[in-house]
Design a protein around this ligand. Structure first.
Ligand code: HEM
Ligand SMILES: [Cu+2]
Length: 590
């Protein structure tokens, strides 16, 4: 592991931040150690996932096909998806949240044992799932799991893949219990105070996560594990898909809300200013809690067996979900402007030049936000019930989510590590010049790859295929409307290579940081100034987490109750679905 523990050996050397205060690692050595472990696993997953990513990009664009054979493509693609969006994200978030709660409540974990338990549960789960996936590449391991990160039936994996995935989720639940325990013990001493903002964000995200993961937990425990073990013979693919997407949409907010936490709480400070409005940030997080789950059907627009009316409701809710993201864009940019003006910036737009663009923690988070805006626009296309048919299952879709999870989350995570890792290791950031250009490298690579993927998708190029030459006879259409397909393929490959280089740069910086001596001034300050408009300006009811969680559950029941009842009507294990199109009347009980 990159950040193995040395807190005890180097204890005598004091670590201070630029404000002269004792650094986080001095005050919270236990928490820092487990944050480091989380980040180490996350970065290892990022490295493996990135390698698979560039192999795919080169292979399917026909630029270099010598590394894998096409028959292994699904194994590599499963590895890429699982390592990136299940392992990298979950471990990084677990560490980030531990930092956020500890630093904002100013207290350590309530239970050290629980901390160890959730970490090891998640790690064992990861190793089991990874073993099953790697089994697809070698005969030494008698298992395989070429089921992609959207692991619903009818594709089937070895049971240890599903058991591993279940353990990752159970571990994340326990991590959430840990944050809640910290909060309860803080609450018992601060009865009438508002929940500190970062803790509020973590708790709301975890409540959303508990609701969302119910779908996938039921799918895995009641259907996929027994089915892969041969205990039950059949499953209903539509039901497992529905349960997966019940989780599959809100999971994207589980990735994004931590990025928002960084943008709201750290980015304004890095810009030299303060967050504009604490209350607005709380409202945004609550809107995500309410609206994230009752939208999953927007991934199933083409599925028969789901009533059209419910698809329509999902589309409407999805469009409402744009609201908190737009609120975020305005507040975060306003906070950045405030920071730039504090640093002497002026004019309508020239203040932009006064932002600290050479500080990679700032530039990476800001560029991630910028590309997220582009991802939001292509997301609106995905969400439209009719226009979705144009892009469904094409390369447009990976083009979209490499901007969201692949950049809004991943680039924010990498860049905030430049600020956070010194604080949890007590070492100055290494290879600073490389760190300063790394976010720009990622940005350029992603603009190339994602833009080309979107265009390829519009031209009808499917996602999830190893073969570059499909639908060749339609090339003339491509040439005129979207530029030549071979040009698009080259951009995907080139973008993929640049991204991989950016990833190696990030890993080199992290490694060099870890090699730096521990102690002295770490060169960053962990202090976060309060918002310009603090919590006292917003109603207290915003902090009533149970009320909002209860409303969220009611909305989920409204969105999913009847369609799930409809799916269950012909038996829970029988493949098949009601006739198509499904109308509401047969399902309506009154
Ligand atoms: C080195 C950087 C990366 C490269 C070169 C890369 C490349 C690719 C390519 C070419 C595909 C499409 C494969 C296909 O549909 O046939 C893909 C899919 C995917 N990528 Fe990436 N990617 C990178 C980083 C990331 C990151 C950072 C994330 C998320 C955190 C991510 C998440 C995914 C997911 C979820 C899929 C879909 C897998 C599936 O269809 O099952 N990628 N990637
Ligand atoms: Cu979605």
């Amino acid at each position: 592991m990159a950040f193995a523990d040395e807190t005890t050996t180097a204890r005598e050397e004091t670590v201070t931040d630029t404000a002269g205060e004792a650094a986080f690692v001095e005050r919270y050595p236990f928490e820092s150690r487990w944050i480091r472990y989380c980040f180490a696993v996350a970065f290892a997953a990022l490295a493996g996932g990135g390698l698979f990513g560039v192999i795919q990009a080169l292979h399917r664009t026909n630029v270099y096909r010598g590394i894998i054979s096409s028959s292994d493509y699904y194994t590599i693609l499963t590895g890429h998806g699982v390592l990136m969006v299940l392992v990298f994200t979950t471990f990084f978030i677990a560490g980030l949240f531990l930092w956020a709660v500890t630093s904002s409540l100013d207290r350590g974990v309530a239970s050290e044992r629980l901390t160890k338990v959730w970490f090891w549960t998640m790690l064992v789960g990861t190793l089991l799932a990874a073993t099953a996936i790697i089994g697809g590449l070698t005969d030494v391991i008698p298992a395989s799991a070429d089921v992609l990160f959207t692991f619903y039936a009818p594709l089937q994996a070895h049971p240890i893949f599903y058991i591993g995935a279940a353990l990752i989720i159970v571990g994340s639940w326990l991590a959430g219990a840990n944050y809640f325990k910290m909060f309860f013990s803080w609450r018992s001493e601060h009865r009438d105070e508002r929940i500190p903002l970062r803790t509020f964000m973590v708790l709301v995200t975890m409540l959303m996560w508990y609701i969302a993961t119910m779908g996938v937990a039921v799918e895995v425990v009641f259907f996929l594990i027994p089915w892969s073990l041969g205990i039950i013979e059949t499953v209903d693919p539509l039901l497992t898909r529905t349960l997966f997407w019940f989780f599959g949409h809100p999971v994207v907010y589980f990735w994004l809300m931590p990025a928002y936490l960084v943008w709201y709480s750290i980015l304004p400070k890095l810009s030299g200013g303060r967050l504009f409005s604490d209350g607005l940030a709380r409202i945004v997080f609550l809107l995500f809690l309410l609206l994230s789950t009752p939208v999953g059907f927007h991934h199933q627009y083409v599925d028969p067996g789901i009533p059209e009316g419910f698809k329509f409701v999902a589309m409407t809710n999805t469009m409402f979900l744009l609201l908190p993201s737009l609120l975020t864009a305005f507040t975060v940019v306003a906070s950045m402007e405030h920071g730039a003006r504090q640093r002497g910036g002026g004019g309508y737009f020239s203040w932009l030049g006064d932002l600290p663009w050479s500080n990679p923690a700032f530039s990476g988070s800001a560029l991630a936000g910028l590309l997220f805006a582009a991802g939001g626009f292509s997301g609106m296309i995905n969400a439209g019930m009719n226009i979705n048919y144009l892009v469904h299952n094409t390369l447009w879709v990976p083009g979209h989510f490499h901007l969201t999870v692949g950049t809004a989350f991943a680039l924010t995570a990498m860049s905030i590590s430049y600020w956070l890792v010194p604080q949890v290791t007590g070492r100055r950031l290494g290879l600073r010049n490389i760190a300063a250009v790394q976010p720009y490298m990622w940005f350029i690579g992603m603009v190339l790859m994602s833009n080309a993927m979107h265009r390829a998708g519009l031209a009808g190029v499917p996602r999830r295929t190893a073969e570059p030459y499909q639908y060749q006879s339609a090339d003339i259409v491509y040439e005129s409307a979207f530029g030549s397909l071979s040009g698009i393929r080259l951009q995907i490959a080139l973008g993929g290579v640049l991204l991989f280089v950016a990833l190696l740069m990030f890993l080199a910086v992290m490694w060099d940081t870890y090699m730096n001596p521990r102690g002295g001034n770490i060169g960053v300050s962990g202090e976060i100034p309060p918002a310009l408009s603090g919590p006292e300006h917003s109603p207290k009811v915003l902090d009533n987490l149970w009320l909002w969680a209860a409303i969220a559950v009611v909305l989920v029941i409204l969105a999913y109750g009847l369609p799930l009842a409809g799916l269950a009507q012909d038996g829970l294990l029988s493949p098949g679905s009601p006739g198509f199109p499904v109308l509401l009347e047969p399902l309506w009980p009154f």
